[in-house]
Design a protein around this ligand. Structure first.
Ligand code: FES
Length: 141
């Protein structure tokens, strides 16, 4: 049911933990399943130098957040904002349909952290112009 990649990122999640003095922090939650995901970004010259996550949630949410942090680490904020949940699923080799929303949580957590960074540093990130913090709730389908 789960790919080897999902199991690997679930068992050995990358970039777990929190971060002091993060430049951007985003937290999203899914009110139905109660899962919560928090992403911390360290950004220098518009590059994501470091990223950490804390996820209280299902195995797919943990694997998705781990993969999402790997996908955006070292990338520019402009590249990171284009990371979709589909990219996370692809990199994981697939997720069961009922677990797709877990990857949406990861995409939204990254966007939420980038939004926080943009707010704090007075920057405009293309793709986040219409982002509203209330988008931070991700609903199960
Ligand atoms: Fe809620 Fe996976 S079941 S994030």
């Amino acid at each position: 049911m789960y790919t080897a990649e999902v199991m690997d990122h679930f068992r050995n999640p990358r970039n777990v933990g929190n971060m002091e003095n993060a430049d951007g922090v985003g937290q999203v939650g899914n009110p139905k399943c109660g899962d919560i995901m928090k992403i911390y970004l360290k950004i220098k010259d518009e590059i994501i130098e470091d990223v950490k996550f804390e996820t209280f949630g299902c195995g797919s949410a943990i694997a998705s957040s781990s993969m999402a942090t790997e996908l955006i680490k070292g990338k520019s904020i402009h590249e990171a904002v284009t990371m979709t949940n589909k990219a996370v699923i692809e990199a994981l080799g697939g997720l069961p349909p009922v677990k797709v929303h877990c990857s949406v949580l990861a995409e939204q957590a990254v966007k939420s952290a980038l939004y926080d960074y943009a707010q704090k540093s007075n920057k405009v990130i293309k793709g986040l112009e219409n982002y509203k913090p209330e988008d931070d709730e991700v609903h199960c389908h």
